[in-house]
Design a protein around this ligand. Structure first.
Ligand code: 5GP
Ligand code: ZN
Length: 116
């Protein structure tokens, strides 16, 4: 899929509305439309990268910035100490449905392991 057809690029461009909770030069975060926890935020790079498989060495700072966002949002939402989950799905077996990488930040409840 080209970035022109990408749902999350459209959110970045402002073509599709989203509840944006965080912005940095390299990352944007917004609330998931179908939350799986009291807080469920999707943290995405401004750069279109389709899957984990497409991350290059030159993207390391960008990908690192997704975790900076997770840490800062978790603190702001008040569950840094209690704990939270930050997870990225890759391709079909993991259930990836939007092909612009996104870190799911889930917090505000107890999680189980292994995940389903
Ligand atoms: P994936 O299954 O690719 O790991 O996660 C995609 C996530 O995007 C899902 O949790 C889904 O609820 C969320 N999502 C899909 N469409 C939209 C949308 O238009 N707006 C927002 N905010 N989230 C969306
Ligand atoms: Zn995209």
């Amino acid at each position: 899929m080209s970035k022109h057809d990408c749902l999350f690029c459209k959110i970045l461009n402002g073509d599709i509305p989203a509840d944006i909770v965080y912005e940095s030069p390299t990352a944007v975060a917004f609330r998931d439309i179908n939350p799986q926890a009291p807080t469920h935020v999707l943290i995405i790079p401004r750069k279109h990268i389709s899957t984990i498989n497409d991350i290059e060495v030159a993207d390391h700072a960008i990908v690192g910035s997704l975790y900076d966002a997770a840490r800062d949002i978790a603190k702001k939402e008040g569950f840094s100490g209690e704990g939270y989950r930050a997870v990225m799905n890759c391709n079909k077996a993991a259930g990836q449905t939007v092909f612009h990488i996104h870190l799911h930040l889930l917090g505000g409840r107890q999680f189980t392991w292994p995940p389903g």
